[in-house]
Design a protein around this ligand. Structure first.
Ligand SMILES: *Cc1c(COP(=O)(O)O)cnc(C)c1O
Length: 240
């Protein structure tokens, strides 16, 4: 994409951000929740660093990418001072070291092997504590990543002994439905799982984050308790 094309295609980004923020506020109000319980994570995959910089100037503080490789150049260009970088996609074991160096929060822990690898590499890199979420697979779709509900509690408990990781919550990526209300049961289920683990003290002294809701269904997710919504298309426009 040329510079002119990039500028043109992202010309409405501030306005789209404002619309998303207004929709988040309205959803929070409907659910009688405080707006500062909900963090907007702008998902910038496939979009250039220039667009992320525009968002940062409009006050966006949290940005997510789903691939370590793609994120690397953008994080170098945008920097880490004003943005908290979230890794929201599944990753290969050989990308863990890079992820530890680049990201502030990892949403996609889905096995004890992966958690232990992160812990070991954080130790080697002398990274104090990495905030992580467990990705839970609720759709019953074998191809999706995420830990099965039946294995969640065991994974969360075994992670408690990994000193370099701080488990802060749960994430899910439910099956896609045209009707956003069809996703509601999945969000409610993740919330129930979060509440159970929180009651066992597995998120330290925090209540536990709920990373759920995307462009098509973030308002429903907020009504069901989301504390982190991951929104790409509604802010950046369609991915090509
Ligand atoms: C791409 C992506 C999103 C954002 O999707 P949109 O529908 O564009 O809002 C959120 N979460 C994950 C894990 C993603 O890969």
């Amino acid at each position: 994409m040329s510079r002119v094309e990039a500028l043109l295609s992202y010309s409405g980004i501030e306005q789209r951000l404002e619309v998303v923020q207004a929709r988040i506020a309205a959803a929070a109000q409907r659910a009688k929740r405080s707006l500062d319980e909900v963090t907007l994570i702008a998902i910038s995959k496939t979009h250039p660093a220039a667009a992320i910089k525009q968002l940062a100037q409009s006050g966006v503080t949290d940005v997510g990418e789903n691939r370590v490789q793609e994120a690397e150049g953008k994080i170098a260009e945008v920097g880490r001072d004003t943005i908290r970088w979230h890794l929201v996609g599944h990753l290969q074991a050989n990308k863990v070291r890079k992820a530890v160096k680049l990201f502030d929060v990892v949403h996609s822990i889905d096995s004890i092997d992966l958690a232990e690898r992160f812990n070991r590499i954080c130790d080697e890199e002398q990274r104090d504590q990495l905030e992580v979420l467990i990705q839970v697979e609720l759709g019953g779709e074998a191809s999706k990543s995420g830990v099965k509900e039946a294995e969640l509690a065991a994974l969360a408990k075994s992670m408690a002994s990994l000193e370099r990781l701080k488990l802060i919550g749960l994430m899910t990526l439910p099956p896609f439905f045209d009707d956003p209300n069809a996703t509601r049961p999945y969000f409610a289920e993740l919330r129930a799982l979060r509440d159970k683990l929180a009651a066992e003290g597995l998120f330290g002294d925090g209540p536990g984050e709920l990373s759920m809701g995307m462009t098509n269904d973030f308002e429903v997710a907020i009504e069901e308790g989301a504390t982190m919504v991951r929104v790409g298309t509604a802010i950046f426009g369609a991915r090509t």
